[in-house]
Each structure stands twice: as structure tokens, then as C-alpha cells.
Design a protein around this ligand. Structure first.
Ligand SMILES: [Zn+2]
Length: 125
């Protein structure tokens, strides 16, 4: 799906190739819009022609519901709730990783070899 409509339907996962983004409404039904950017260090999705899976899990720590789940074969699969402590640690790490990634990316634009190694290292971690 190319365009993301203004109004999202419950239980539908919207994929924008144009913006490298996947959007859906929170699985708990709270109505919050969950935006997952598709980048080498954030989310990735796989599509098998029928259903879509997202990785890693979706943690809606910024919402009141704080729901945590996976998107597997176009289904929401509930994951365990995390403690406040774990959430804040993970958030800090993610933030740092994202900043590092984009700084690195803007510093070296045409660097096929190093980028490939970087991606490879990410995959085996
Ligand atoms: Zn929710």
C-alpha cells in the first residue's frame, strides 16, 4: 500500500514504501497510531505475499496502555510487560543507537563497503 489514509482501520497494517514506514493502530484498541520507521537499526518487515511480520517487537511505552507485542503473520502476538526500569534502559540505548547511526550515515554517504559490513555486524548481533 502506497498511501497512508488519514483514518486508519483497526487491525490493518499500512506499509508505505515511499516513506519506509509501517503504521497501524495500537493492538490494545486504545486508538493510538503506532509509527514504525523502517531503517537498518529500527524496524524491518517481511512480507510473504499474504501477510506481514515486523521485527523487533512493538513497545508502546509512550502510550498509557504501554502495550508490548509482536506483529507476526499479520497477527498481534502479545509480549511480556516490561518494568519501568527496563523500559527506560532500552529507550536510552535505542536513542543512542539511532543518533549514532544517522550521524555515521551523514558523514559517509558513498561508502558501500563499510556500510555493508556495518549492516552485516548488525545482523549477527
Ligand atoms: Zn494501546
Amino acid at each position: 500500500m502506497k498511501f497512508i489514509p488519514d483514518r486508519l482501520k483497526k487491525g490493518v497494517i499500512y506499509v508505505s514504501y515511499e516513506y519506509n514506514t509501517v503504521i497501524h493502530l495500537c493492538a490494545c484498541g486504545c486508538g493510538n497510531k503506532v509509527v514504525t520507521p523502517i531503517t537498518p537499526i529500527q524496524w524491518s518487515y517481511s512480507y510473504n505475499g499474504e501477510s506481514i511480520s515486523l521485527s523487533p517487537s512493538i513497545g508502546n511505552w509512550n502510550f498509557d496502555c504501554k502495550s508490548h507485542y509482536w506483529v507476526r503473520d499479520s497477527q498481534f502476538v502479545w509480549a511480556e510487560n516490561w518494568s519501568e526500569d527496563k523500559i527506560s534502559k532500552v529507550q536510552q540505548n535505542e536513542q543512542k543507537e539511532i543518533i549514532d547511526f544517522f550521524e555515521e550515515k551523514s558523514e559517509r554517504k558513498e561508502d558501500g563497503f563499510i556500510t555493508k559490513i556495518f549492516k552485516y555486524l548488525k545482523m549477527i548481533n
